[in-house]
Design a protein around this ligand. Structure first.
Ligand SMILES: *[C@@H]1O[C@H](CO)[C@@H](O)[C@H](O)[C@H]1NC(C)=O
Length: 184
């Protein structure tokens, strides 16, 4: 009897894992893409001409030395600061189901002022329940914790395909096919 109960418990946990694994891909891929999108946006809001000294010197071709500077927006200090707050922005995302393909992903529903107040179609979003933004925030925090160094290294350089690098190549949270139809 005890063995049998144990067997059933193992079966149940396997079943749960499989169900969760499927679910997690939408959640973790979305969280990763949302992180990339939020960081890209925040960086774009900062004057690219603002530079900060990072210590050390750079050797010029003529043999002189100049202070080593990097753009403020992409400096390690600034990127760490952004990472501290980025998961709070997940409250502006919710699970979205494409009306045609029925594919699900979390999307930003809160328009930014630069969008000219373009509101998305709210009826395809789920705002409450387990699909709400709390689970996305949790996934975001997990990703930031695990990948903090990779994220900072990736965003220190300008790279048009940063979301693909972070979410597919580095972390594997998204299948590479996700990126065929997006310019992120
Ligand atoms: C969070 O969203 C606000 C409002 O759009 C934006 O100003 C801020 O830069 C975002 N923060 C991060 C870390 O992306």
């Amino acid at each position: 009897m005890v063995q049998w109960v144990g067997f059933v418990l193992v079966l149940m946990s396997v079943a749960c894992k499989t169900a969760q694994g499927k679910r997690d891909e939408v959640l973790y891929c979305s969280a990763c893409m949302a992180i990339a999108e939020e960081l890209k946006y925040s960086i774009s809001q900062i004057d690219p001409k603002k530079m900060v000294h990072v210590g050390g010197f750079r050797l010029n071709p003529d043999g002189s030395l100049t202070d080593k500077k990097v753009p403020l927006a992409r400096s390690e200090t600034h990127l760490s600061e952004l990472l501290d707050g980025v998961c709070n922005n997940m409250s502006e995302y919710a699970l979205y189901e494409d009306p045609v393909t029925k594919q699900q992903s979390y999307r930003r529903f809160a328009p930014r002022s630069s969008d000219g107040g373009n509101f998305p179609d709210f009826k395809n979003f789920k705002f409450s329940g387990p699909e709400g933004s709390d689970s996305l925030k949790f996934a975001c925090e997990t990703i930031v914790e695990e990948l903090e160094d990779d994220i900072i290294a990736l965003f220190a350089q300008e790279d048009q395909r940063v979301a693909q690098r972070l979410c597919s190549e580095v972390s594997g949270h998204c299948k590479s096919g996700v990126f065929q139809h997006t310019d992120l």
